[in-house]
Design a protein around this ligand. Structure first.
Ligand code: B12
Ligand code: SF4
Length: 437
């Protein structure tokens, strides 16, 4: 059989790699999905989580800095640290990669420096090796139109990876294909098999009894500041049956006790969410699960009760502001009053949650900032936790203005002081964590 125009042996000649640094706590769900999808189409592929390997080899101090978001120093230096601190492991992992004919890298902003260096090194050792870049950083590159990756990869995949990757490994000469796949999505999520992380040792991940899981892809809203909605064109939900099968698999195979939904929002389709809760209750009684959720007026108390009963222990609410005008400018799709009603409902059903806040959204006036802060303070009895606070950051492709209000840093300080003095619960690591370090 020929893949990408090269003669391949039928077994394991494609390797999917997660370079460091990346969030290390659970197995990488993106390449997990791709591995499962290829296996379902009778294509064997390997999976190599370099991030996990070097995280586990790192000193305690380095491990801590791995968890810091937007850690530019680590991003730029991890490659040389790997070579310097662990030369034997580095050499043997390079040798392992060189046994494959196609290497697919999962690219995030955080691991792009390492990815580029690895790709160049692999090419310098074997000019016939085919390199594919996929992952969210390729979407960012696409919107930035900067083409920083030019020359380092043979193929790039922007957006969902399943269909393009399968296409790339069909026996058709590469000249007949595009070098770049753009948003080539599956029509629905009936097809993809769920990740089983066959080649990975689940016990080597810090959150040992937890697994990431997806119910849907995409989003039903169009918030102007959001770069996440650019990742997928269509909003799609998986069949509930398949999610239940996945939960059952991880419970029995890996003794998984915590399921972390990675959806942009768990409540994009309320009917399906209700069906999911019903089926969890029917099949398992309750599991521990957490998710991100959007403020919606049309969620019934009955549904919220089912969420609680099925084991929901934490929700992340994208509130972003308490000012009516700012929310409208952001196109959030709800008002502060809607948010209050929503919080009350979550509280009456015993659902724990935290809210995220953006400071200095383009055009945010001093009055609007104060309205937002006052809203938070006034509604303290309804808000169990401030989950994340960050100044507005521009991403190419979004439809908000480019610059945060010039007073954003000052307002961030005021906001933090106020939530501390009012005794809000919050996680220090998520305050200002999107500011480049
Ligand atoms: C859950 C989540 C988190 C969780 C868990 C992280 C994790 N393990 O993924 C937490 C809360 C920890 C987190 C933190 C952060 N996150 Co986050 N997070 C997400 C979220 C919502 C879901 C990730 C996910 O599971 N997706 C589902 C899987 C299936 O998708 P995927 O990995 O992208 O893979 C698909 C494609 O990309 C492609 N693909 C991937 N790899 C490859 C490889 C090849 C060869 C091919 C062909 C295709 C391909 O195919 C896959 C299947 O279709 C995404 C947004 C989103 N909706 O995806 C943001 C996202 C990944 N996060 C993002 C960011 C910026 C962060 C933070 C830096 C800051 C923050 N607070 O948001 C920190 C970083 C933490 C750290 N220390 O590294 C950005 C990354 C942008 C970028 N260009 O790198 C995203 C994309 C959101 C956004 N703004 O656009 N995050
Ligand atoms: S609801 Fe969340 S994911 Fe959807 S567009 Fe708004 S901010 Fe983005």
């Amino acid at each position: 059989m020929k893949f990408l125009g090269i003669k391949l042996s039928p077994d394991k000649k494609i390797l999917l790699v997660m370079p460091p640094p990346f969030w290390p706590k659970m197995p990488p769900i993106g390449i997990g999905y791709l591995e499962a999808f290829l296996a379902d189409n009778n294509i064997n592929c390997g999976i190599l989580d370099l991030n996990n390997i070097f995280y586990n080899l790192a000193s305690d101090e380095l491990k801590k800095s791995w968890l810091v978001s937007c850690n530019t120093f680590l991003e730029e230096n991890i490659f040389s640290l790997m070579q310097k601190n662990h030369p034997e492991e580095f050499k043997s992992l390079m040798a392992k990669m060189l046994r494959y004919e196609i290497i697919g890298f999962s690219c995030f902003k955080s691991n792009m420096h390492t990815t580029m260096k690895l790709a160049k090194l692999l090419k310098s050792r074997n000019k016939n090796i085919r390199i594919i870049f996929g992952g969210p950083e390729m979407t960012r590159e696409y919107f930035k139109k900067s083409c920083k990756i030019k020359g380092a990869a043979d193929f790039t995949v922007v957006g969902e990876g399943e269909k393009p990757l399968l296409d790339l490994v069909q026996p058709v000469p590469p000249t007949q294909r595009d070098r770049c796949y753009l948003f080539n999505e599956m029509d629905n999520l009936d097809q993809p098999a769920f990740p089983t992380y066959k080649g990975l040792d689940m016990d080597t991940y810090p959150r040992k009894n937890s697994v990431s899981i997806l119910f849907s892809r995409g989003c039903v809203r169009k918030c102007r500041f959001c770069s996440e909605r650019l990742l997928y064109k269509k909003f799609r939900v998986r069949p509930v049956k398949s999610v239940i099968e996945e939960i059952r698999y991880h419970k029995s195979k890996n003794k998984t006790g915590f399921f972390v939904f990675h959806d942009s929002l768990i409540n994009g389709d309320l009917k399906k969410l209700e069906e999911l809760c019903d089926e969890i209750i029917k099949n398992f009684g309750s599991i521990n699960w957490e998710a991100q959720i959007a403020v919606r007026n049309d969620m019934s108390l009955e549904l919220l009760e089912k969420m609680k009963k099925s084991g929901c222990y934490n929700l992340f609410v994208g509130l972003e502001s308490g000012s009516a005008r700012t929310l409208k400018n952001m196109n959030k799709g709800f008002t502060p009053l809607d948010a209050v009603r929503f919080f009350k409902k979550l509280n009456t059903r015993g659902l724990f949650f935290g809210v995220s806040i953006i400071i200095g959204y383009p055009g945010e006036t001093e009055t609007e900032f104060r309205e937002s802060l006052d809203f938070i303070i006034k509604n303290k009895p309804l808000i169990p936790k401030i989950e994340q606070v960050n100044p507005f950051t521009y991403y190419d492709g979004i439809s908000a203005g480019k610059k945060a209000d010039k007073n954003a840093p000052k307002r961030l300080d005021i906001f933090i002081k106020e939530i501390k003095s009012h005794g809000f619960k919050y996680t220090n690591a998520f305050i200002g964590n999107l500011i480049e370090k």
